[in-house]
Design a protein. Structure first.
Ligand SMILES: NC(=O)c1ccc[n+]([C@@H]2O[C@H](COP(=O)([O-])OP(=O)(O)OC[C@H]3O[C@@H](n4cnc5c(N)ncnc54)[C@H](OP(=O)(O)O)[C@@H]3O)[C@@H](O)[C@H]2O)c1
Length: 394
């Protein structure tokens, strides 16, 4: 990374005092002769709506010593849970800290992303300069140009060859969630079916693709939309969906016949349901399941509670479960690493495709409004792709 200009004046103390102000004020990014990195982050000091509270904050990072590592972000997505976290309604709370040079504690938004190690202290083990790393846990704060941390908060990517930052930066949440839900609740056999709503979400698309690779068939429910409906159906078929229907179509009588005929009159049972949305759609989906099947809830995009008739519980013994990738990652870090590795291998081989994305370039001079509006936009439905910050040579 070539520094845009060397900054060689003043004592270290004077430099430290000046830098947060400089980073905010200057159009040019300075790197000092002492190796201080100038950084920017999208941060907040209280919970609320992203558009009201997110601010672009500049600060400096000293050269890493001991077990510290300095990283430069390459790609960080904007996921729905990131917004819930900023609103203060997500179980994992961000870390509020004064270590970014402010008097009041700030938290940096974002939980997922990929970064490159640009410097490491002399006691660092497990990662080295040039490695790509992802975050071990939620709450790291990934909407930032640079960060300093210890290696135990990072997971190095063993082989980054043939991978793009946006693929590595989005591997740890959605594909792992889909993977675990397909494997962890029902012993689904090749030729058997699962049914899911929110099928065009990042998780839904990952489930379609992994399911196809493992020989599972899928019924995929999307929300009816005024434009682009056929294109979206085609798109999901192209990544392996067997059937794609709208939330209106599943409520119609004909849907039962469609399911019967697709599943060979039930001889290929639907044994798993994946619920991203909630509300009455869960019943519309669950009533097509074979006895003793499972419905796994992982999202609540409609903000409606799950509605179910008791007959599904009493007479069909359908089980309703929940899955949270953060808890699983903390409890089973080795399984999580293996899952990340497997999905990245599939990506490298061209067998696992990225979700459609709306990249937002984050250069040193990118304006706060542009970054904040990308975050706020995640709250809107019917999007053409997932927002993702792509960092330039910041
Ligand atoms: N439990 C876990 O471990 C876990 C892990 C990953 C994700 N999640 C959750 O899974 C959900 C999807 O995440 P993602 O990253 O895959 O999402 P995403 O790629 O950003 O896609 C959002 C999805 O939500 C749908 N949607 C948006 N507003 C909606 C509404 N009002 N009613 C119904 N559907 C709506 C969208 O459909 P349209 O195109 O029709 O708008 C789209 O399918 C989120 O709730 C997220 O928090 C949970």
């Amino acid at each position: 990374m070539a520094p845009s200009r060397a900054f060689i004046t003043g004592s270290r103390t004077a430099l430290r005092q000046l830098r947060p102000t400089l980073a905010n004020a200057c159009q040019t990014r300075f790197i000092s002769a002492y190796g201080y990195e100038q950084a920017k982050c999208l941060a907040f000091d209280k919970y609320g709506e992203p558009k009201d509270i997110l601010k672009l904050h500049g600060h400096s990072i000293s050269p890493p010593h001991g077990d510290l590592v300095t990283i430069r972000f390459l790609a960080s997505p904007v996921n729905p849970a990131d917004i819930n976290q900023i609103q203060g309604v997500y179980p994992t709370k961000p870390t509020f800290t004064t270590s970014l040079g402010t008097t009041d504690p700030l938290a940096v938004g974002g939980n997922e992303g990929v970064a490159e190690v640009i410097a490491a202290g002399n006691k660092v083990k497990g990662v080295q300069k040039g490695d790509w790393v992802i975050m071990k846990k939620q709450g790291f704060g990934t909407w930032r140009t640079h960060a300093q941390t210890t290696a135990d908060n990072l997971v190095p990517i063993k082989n980054k060859d043939g991978l793009k930052p946006e693929q590595v930066g989005t591997v740890s949440v959605n594909p792992c969630t889909a993977y675990r839900m397909l494997k962890g609740f029902v012993d689904l056999q090749p030729g058997q079916w699962f049914i899911q709503n929110g099928a065009n979400s990042g998780v839904g698309r990952a489930a379609i693709q992994l399911g196809k690779l493992w020989g599972y068939k899928s019924i995929n429910i999307i929300r009816k939309r005024d434009t682009g409906m056929e294109e979206l159906k085609q798109d999901l078929h192209s990544i392996g969906a067997d059937m794609v229907v709208t939330d209106e179509e599943v409520e119609k009588k004909e849907f039962r016949d469609q399911v019967k005929s697709a599943t060979n009159n039930g001889r290929e049972p639907i044994r798993l349901g994946l619920n991203c949305v909630g509300g009455s759609l869960v019943n519309a989906m669950a009533k097509h399941l074979a006895p003793d099947s499972h419905v796994v809830t992982y999202g609540a995009m409609s903000k409606q509670p799950v509605q179910l008739p008791t007959g599904l519980l009493i007479f069909k013994n359908i089980s309703f479960d929940g899955f949270w990738v953060s808890k699983w990652s903390e409890e089973r870090p080795d399984e999580k690493d293996a899952c990340v590795q497997e999905v990245l291998d599939l990506t490298r081989q061209g067998k696992f495709k990225d979700v459609p994305m709306q990249p937002v370039k984050w250069e040193w001079n990118t304006k706060q409004e542009e970054l904040v509006s990308a975050v706020q936009g995640t709250l809107e439905g019917f999007r053409s792709g997932k927002g993702i910050f792509m960092f330039g040579e910041t």
